[in-house]
Design a protein around this ligand. Structure first.
Ligand code: SF4
Length: 206
């Protein structure tokens, strides 16, 4: 499920990681991984007032054909919610994803969170209208509404990901500004796009 952020960032990067099983660390990937290791304690469960928090909750969706793990899911007391084992009252899930750095303009983080919400809806047969992204630099959370538009983008992305995965197809390089910060640029080699092909070279030479 977390692959959706790679896919929306760059389809080729997603294919290199998830189809070709390539990976390479850089400063940002290590920083992000350390942050996630700190929050992924599956034994963590607290109840504070009207909120139960569970960390590292495994989620899946048969409809979307995806599975993954939420950093944390809060269950907020709500009269229209669902019952949970060993608790009184009714609750609505509220996914929380931890991210390094600052809030971003692009859709990647929001799409990942929305995918988690769609899994929770299917698993708990309820409606999840919002969740939160917690960013490390301002150290505060941003509430994200799961609009129809965002949900449609998530569905479309997963559908394309399944098609490419089935074909085992890695999209060609599309050089962009983001290549500079991409951890896989040494494996992807976007700069080779600017180099003449062997065939063209031979034709010129001959
Ligand atoms: S280097 Fe650029 S084209 Fe290649 S995977 Fe990274 S972002 Fe995509």
């Amino acid at each position: 499920m977390s692959g959706i952020q790679h896919f929306l960032f760059c389809r080729r990067q997603w294919a290199l990681i998830h189809i070709e099983q390539q990976w390479q660390e850089n400063y940002w990937t290590v920083d992000g991984r350390i942050m996630h290791e700190n929050v992924h304690d599956s034994s963590f469960r607290t109840t504070r007032g009207d909120v139960i928090t569970i960390r590292a909750l495994r989620v899946h969706s048969n409809r979307l054909g995806v599975s993954g793990e939420c950093d944390a899911v809060e269950f907020h007391a709500d009269a229209c919610g669902i019952k949970l084992a060993k608790t009184n009252g009714t609750w609505i899930p509220f996914p929380v994803e931890y991210k390094r750095g600052k809030p971003k303009e692009d859709i990647y983080d929001r799409a990942q969170l929305c995918a988690q919400a769609m899994c929770l809806e299917e698993m708990f047969c309820c409606s999840v209208k919002e969740g939160a992204l917690y960013y490390g630099e301002p150290r505060r959370r941003e509430i994200i509404k799961f609009t129809e538009e965002l949900r449609n983008k998530v569905e479309k992305a997963f559908s394309e990901m399944h098609q490419l995965f089935k074909k085992g197809y890695t999209p060609k390089v599309t050089p962009k500004k983001a290549c500079k910060s991409c951890s896989l640029s040494d494996k992807c080699l976007p700069e080779l796009m600017n180099i003449q092909s062997v065939e063209d070279y031979m034709r010129t030479f001959l």
